[in-house]
Design a protein around this ligand. Structure first.
Ligand code: RNT
Ligand code: ZN
Length: 414
């Protein structure tokens, strides 16, 4: 059995402090999305249709059907994820007492009081998202860019209501709340007017962001296309990057499923770091398209983590997850995806980053290549084990036994 001290010695030879690495990792929050637990269903209309050009595929049994189940599942999953966690909610996860049902444009902080209670008890921060889909007024996938002024105003009111709720989360929990606007708006076929919808979106955003709310980090999320909306996306990359660049307190959220396959978010992070002091992320795994597979410990996830860690941008890059796989156990999806993001960060923290930068600047590319390949076979897994041990969590596949037990005892009975 190799002990952690000898692992530290091995890393020490490369000038890497493995103990420091796990301490750092322990303080990097990952915002875990509630919507993996119920296939982006929400509580308004259980088993309703997911709209907006996004899709979960699969029908693994046992998805959460109400707040109690979702919270219990989330708790179980969190008990098997080490490190610092936050929870990311969508507006369609409002919890109503029977008498106070409200439409999206009339949502209020008290509709999220149960979530605040939940977060307080567990020491979690909350991040938030208005829900501009799965609603009758979004049936045509036109919300903030709709030519129908009444509809557009409804969605503007929703955006404003959500920012107020985000401010409530920030105040109650004493930590920021990222409030991210993603809309599905687009057209299936080649549009006759590409500017009009964008000018309307711009106007809607100006109205939504008109007031400043304490503790809220506002962001806008672009994408390439949605299902049934293949020809045109109103909220394109250029549109939102331009918007964020010209609006002081609005940031640009990068979802790594939302770009062409040869564009890399790992290269976009260091570009945006030159201009923005916050970069919210949605880390996902697109397979051939924006498929939202569970995050894997793959090259791009590691590369994203490197850009966060070696630029000391842990406070600037706000890491959130965004995947929804309904074909496998949903708790396992949460656990695997989140632990993979943490593994990627740890991997990046265990690289001789300063030495590598110097080699690049000195033009010593042979040594740089040699070193980057050598460190790949250092016993990274043993440092991960230590990190899990420090958090009293199983480091190996033993966590899966717990999930299987929960599946037998709880999920299979739903
Ligand atoms: C959709 C966006 C968006 C959603 C969530 C549910 O393509 O990625 O972030 O996945 O808001
Ligand atoms: Zn996203």
């Amino acid at each position: 059995m190799i002990n952690f001290e000898s692992v530290c010695e091995l890393y020490g030879k490369y000038g890497i402090d493995a103990k420091k690495a796990i301490e750092k990792l322990n303080n990097i929050p990952i915002s875990i999305h509630c919507w993996q637990g119920d296939d982006v269903n929400g509580f308004e209309n259980v088993n309703g249709e997911l709209s907006g050009g996004i899709q979960t595929t699969g029908n693994y049994p046992g998805k959460a059907r109400n707040p109690e189940e979702l919270m219990a599942d989330f708790d179980k999953a969190m008990s098997l994820i080490p490190g610092k966690k936050r929870i990311n909610l969508h507006a369609c996860y409002a919890i109503f007492e029977d008498s106070q049902k409200a439409d999206r444009d009339a949502l209020e902080p008290n509709h999220f009081a149960k979530w605040v209670e939940f977060a307080k008890e567990r020491g979690l921060g909350i991040d938030f998202n208005p829900t501009f889909f799965s609603h009758p007024l979004a049936a045509d996938s036109l919300t903030l860019s709709s030519p129908d002024e009444e509809k557009r105003n409804f969605w503007i009111r929703h955006g404003i209501a959500c920012r107020k709720i985000a401010a409530y989360f920030a105040k109650e929990l004493g930590t920021h709340c990222t409030c991210n606007v993603w809309i599905p708006d687009g057209y299936k076929d080649v549009p006759a007017d590409r500017v009009g919808p964008r000018m309307r979106l711009k106007d809607s955003l100006d109205k939504i962001f008109a007031e400043k709310y304490e503790g809220v980090i506002d962001s806008v999320e672009s994408k390439v296309f949605g299902i049934g909306l293949e020809s045109y996306t109103v909220g394109s990359n250029e549109f939102y990057l331009g918007y964020a660049a010209t609006h002081k307190d609005v940031f640009f959220l990068l979802d790594n499923g939302h770009f062409h396959p040869l564009e890399y978010v790992s290269d976009k992070i260091p570009s945006l770091l030159c201009y923005f002091d916050k970069i919210p992320l949605h880390v996902t795994r697109g397979v051939r398209w924006d498929s939202d597979h569970v995050v894997s410990l793959d090259d791009e996830t590691k590369e994203i983590a490197k850009e966060i860690v070696r630029n000391n941008a842990e406070d600037k890059v706000l890491i959130g997850l965004d995947f929804f796989d309904a074909s496998i156990n949903r708790l396992a999806a949460w656990i695997i995806g989140t632990r993979n993001m943490q593994k990627a960060l740890l991997y990046a923290l265990l690289m001789p980053n300063d030495r590598m930068k110097k080699l690049q600047d000195n033009g010593e590319f042979t040594e740089l290549f040699m070193l980057s390949e050598e460190v790949k076979t250092l016993p990274f897994g043993l440092v991960w084990d230590e990190f899990c041990k420090m958090n009293n969590m199983p480091s190996d596949e033993k966590w899966y036994d717990e999930v299987k037990k929960y599946e037998q005892e709880v999920l299979s009975k739903r």
